[in-house]
Write a new protein. Structure first.
Length: 157
């Protein structure tokens, strides 16, 4: 088992490498990746291993965010579907025209929720579930995962 100070040092080293653009990034399929040349400032999302969506919701409210408020969820037609660990969960949203699609969400320690990739990027729940499972696994393995918008996701040590 890794000692806490060793884990923190490794995490700090990874964050430093991400800031310098030297991090060993992977895509969701586990293939090595680099930030696109046009990306001058990447967004780094540090996921947190909550015990479930209820804990994310509580942290979100405690931080003064409104992501899980019933009015917000009704407005966007959001349904939280499943939690996969490493702060990763899936949602299904229905737009005002009645079209529905799935998204992968990632929660930070303060309960802030970020979309992995594009909003509504999955046309069916099976594909969204498989991708969310893969993301949670990569994060649990300590990998830095790059999405198609240039966001880098890591898991809090």
């Amino acid at each position: 088992m890794t000692q806490p100070n060793t884990a923190r040092a490794a995490f700090a080293k990874l964050l430093d490498a991400i800031a310098k653009g030297d991090a060993p990034l992977v895509t969701l399929d586990g293939k090595p990746a680099n930030l696109p040349e046009h990306h001058r400032r990447q967004l780094h999302v540090v996921a947190y291993p909550f015990t479930g969506v209820g804990a994310i919701e509580q942290a979100n409210r405690d931080a003064g965010f409104y992501w899980f408020e019933p009015e917000s969820m009704r407005f966007f037609g959001t349904k939280v579907l499943r939690y996969f660990g490493a702060g990763v969960f899936t949602t299904h949203e229905t737009d005002p025209m009645g079209r529905g699609a799935w998204s992968i969400r990632v929660a930070s320690a303060d309960g802030n929720v970020t979309t992995f990739g594009e909003f509504h990027s999955f046309g069916d729940g099976r594909t969204a579930t498989a991708a969310a499972k893969r993301l949670a696994t990569l994060l649990d393995e300590g990998r830095a995962v790059l999405d198609d918008r240039g966001q880098v996701f890591t898991l809090d040590a």
